[in-house]
Design a protein around this ligand. Structure first.
Ligand code: PAF
Length: 283
């Protein structure tokens, strides 16, 4: 497995791959890898000739500096896992490699309503940071295919929008890979390592609550169902930011269901100090 820390070095190698018409699959990550990330690597390997993974804890997408500081960093283990699972190259840049000190301010990305709903409402600036770093990574790696986890559904919608709005990214194909779960249903996430044993025991309640939404969904007013789900979480000791039933394609809230539109349930809630998110297609 090749390891690159400099943009120019990996770009040189990518040019060589492009000359040989190799299909490049790309998995951007912030490290602290778990089985969910490995499923992205596996999808990339199946569908490309050459798999690149980036590991970069992007400071600009953390609206809470404490969260950035506490973000788990496990580079040795990450490299071991990537090698074990057949990743071909890793891009592991420092902050100044991605954000050169003399470069001007980051461009503004028009993300429409995605920026102000759900995660956008609770994490101001987060998706601008994601769009900016992903755009910089795409220009560096020039992938043919990119792989993102469905757990971050709104992030996937942001990336789709970023790709649709930029002709340079027009030819990139994105695949959203289903969420991997622990045996109790907890969605795999790098943040889970920050949960105590007691919190880990409680955490699957988010998944149970999504199942509850799915089981009780019926045409008509959806507010009582969302409220009941929120109360379930509060009783389990969570502090929910939102429990929302939305239109799956736009992620816009769906106050009342016509029995036809595909819907997704999304939850963001604190358990102790850790903020967890999850989602499930309801219909
Ligand atoms: O999902 C993540 O890990 C990050 O948001 C991403 C896409 C690597 C951008 O920093």
């Amino acid at each position: 497995m090749r390891l690159y820390k400099n943009k120019s070095d990996i770009q040189g190698f990518i040019t060589h791959l492009k000359d040989k018409k190799r299909v490049i699959g790309f998995v951007p990550t912030m490290g602290a890898l778990h089985a969910g990330h490995i499923s992205l690597i596996q999808a990339a390997r199946q569908q490309s000739d050459f798999t690149v993974c980036s590991i970069f804890v992007n400071p600009t997408q953390f609206n809470d500096p404490g969260d950035l500081q506490k973000y788990p960093r496990t580079i040795e283990k990450d490299l071991y896992l990537l090698e074990l699972h057949g990743c071909d190259a890793v891009f592991y840049p420092g902050v100044e490699e991605i954000y050169p000190p003399n470069a001007g301010p980051a461009p503004h990305y028009n993300l429409g309503r995605l920026e102000s709903i759900l995660e956008g409402a609770y994490r101001p600036g987060h998706f601008q940071g994601v769009a900016d770093v992903v755009s910089r990574l795409f220009y560096t790696i020039r992938p043919d295919k990119v792989f993102f986890g469905q757990k971050d559904l709104q992030q996937c919608r942001v990336i789709e929008r970023l790709m649709a709005d930029n002709p340079d990214f027009e030819r990139i194909r994105m695949q959203m890979v289903p969420t991997l779960r622990e045996p109790g249903g907890l969605a795999m996430s790098s943040r889970n390592t920050r949960l105590s044993a007691e919190e880990l025991r409680k955490a699957p309640a988010i998944y149970q609550t999504l199942l509850y939404l799915k089981e009780h969904l019926a045409p008509g007013d959806l507010a009582p169902l969302q409220e009941a789900a929120k109360i379930r979480l509060i009783r389990e000791g969570f502090r929910p930011d939102y429990v929302s039933i939305v239109d799956t394609s736009t992620l816009e809230a769906c106050p009342s269901w016509n029995g036809q539109t595909p819907l997704t349930g999304l939850i963001a809630a604190y358990l102790g100090e850790v903020r967890l998110i999850d989602n499930m297609e309801l219909v």
